[in-house]
Write a protein that binds this ligand. Structure first.
Ligand SMILES: *Cc1c(COP(=O)(O)O)cnc(C)c1O
Length: 392
């Protein structure tokens, strides 16, 4: 983040230009698809310089532009684009860096649709891939081929919370002229700054903490101006998976409270982790900032904190017991996604009909929690009750 731009300035002032909008405190919601030109010369210039003009909302929109300025500044990035979803952000970021014949190295167990993009989609267009256990930097080194163009990271991932050493992987990639991309959704730029560690492109599901109220789906890609400009003129405008002005406006509103929400969610999660770590029913608690975490040292080195997702391995004899445990958590909604105000629970066994379908390295007794903004004491009481009854 530039020295003169503190977070409070970014979230409350940057890009708002209130003098141009009746000094309204809330930003304008410019709900328009189209923009008219003063004359033909203006039109000619605008359509030939779309990134710096207002032509049509699939390109630029003033409400979206305010949001972009704030998100890029939060990241300490030169620029960013905001998409219709995190999945669109993943696709645009990866596709902007590859062509037929290229190779991508991807960390094991990334977000499911990143996995599918490589295995099912880009494979059809002659882009090959290698998945590696990202806990060892050497695994990336060994997977590099002459045609490797991208190393795709997600640290921590959002189920098993494994980390990659971002500084070391970025340095390795630079030696080989490989672009590094990270899904930084778990931390947000408030808890981890990948660009400072040498990563090229940072992406997010904005649906999670950025929007934060379980009412908007959005994605973000941040990076160098030149890369973002090329992405704007290609993946952004061509695929057209743009954020709507209304959703951009809602995200600006959400950003005002991002630091408060992230702090409350992370502190709540830490309390729940403390409780779970001392329970005999829990085989293992998985949380990057807990001393029992295998990569605790690395977490402390490259993250400023952990957020609201934690997982446990629950001692159980059957999927039915896991199911009973989950069903009795009435202060948690059983749901995918996360980052909103409400706490959630997701047993991985609930994603499949047979546990054989689970990724071979995904334990069947893993239960993921997202801790929202409720009183942690209430949540802990609820978990305690579920632990006391799920084996009865
Ligand atoms: C939710 C999520 C995504 C996908 O984002 P959408 O906005 O749902 O498309 C990507 N990565 C992570 C880590 C996520 O949790």
């Amino acid at each position: 983040m530039p020295q003169n731009m503190d977070i409070s300035y970014i979230l409350n002032q940057l890009g708002e230009e209130r003098g141009d909008h009746y000094n309204a405190v809330a930003p304008p919601l410019v709900q328009t698809s189209n923009f008219a030109f003063n004359d033909v010369a203006h039109m000619r210039h605008s359509v030939n310089h779309e990134m710096d003009s207002h032509v049509y909302t699939r390109g630029n929109n003033p409400t979206v532009s305010i949001l972009r300025q704030k998100l890029a500044a939060l990241e300490g990035a030169e620029d960013c684009l905001v998409f219709a979803s995190g999945a669109a952000a993943i696709s645009a970021a990866v596709m902007s860096q590859v062509q037929a014949g290229d190779h991508v190295i991807c960390v094991d167990k990334p977000y499911g649709w990143a996995d599918k993009l490589l295995r099912q989609y880009l494979a059809r267009f002659g882009v090959t891939h290698t998945f590696v256990d990202g806990r060892e930097v050497d695994n990336f080194r060994k997977a590099i081929q002459p045609n490797t163009k991208v190393i795709y990271l997600e640290s921590p991932n959002s189920i098993t919370l494994e980390l990659q050493d971002l500084k070391a992987v970025a340095a390795l990639a630079k030696q080989h002229n490989i672009t590094t991309i990270i899904d930084n959704t778990y931390c947000t730029s408030l808890l981890q700054q990948p660009i400072d560690l040498g990563i090229d492109l940072v992406l997010y599901s904005g649906t999670k903490y950025h929007a934060g109220h379980s009412d908007v789906v959005a994605g973000i890609v941040c990076g160098r101006k030149q890369v973002i400009e090329k992405m704007f003129n290609t993946e952004y405008m061509n695929i057209g998976a743009i954020i709507s002005p209304l959703n951009a406006w809602l995200m600006i509103r959400s950003l005002r409270t991002l630091p408060l929400r992230l702090k409350a969610s992370g502190e709540g999660a830490a309390k729940v982790v403390e409780f779970l770590a001392n329970r005999p029913e829990v085989e293992q608690v998985i949380y990057p900032m807990h001393p029992s975490f295998p990569q605790y040292q690395l977490a402390q080195q490259q993250m400023q904190g952990a957020s609201g997702i934690l997982s446990i391995l629950l001692k159980a004899d059957s999927v039915a017991q896991i199911e009973k445990f989950t069903n009795s958590l009435d202060r948690f909604l059983i749901a995918v996604s996360w980052g909103g105000h409400e706490s959630l629970v997701l047993p991985v066994s609930g994603l499949v009909y047979s546990i054989d379908e689970l990724h071979p390295t995904l334990p069947w007794n893993l239960v993921r929690f997202y801790i929202g903004l409720e009183d942690p004491a209430v949540l802990i009481e609820n978990i305690k009750h579920a632990l006391e009854t799920y084996r009865q």
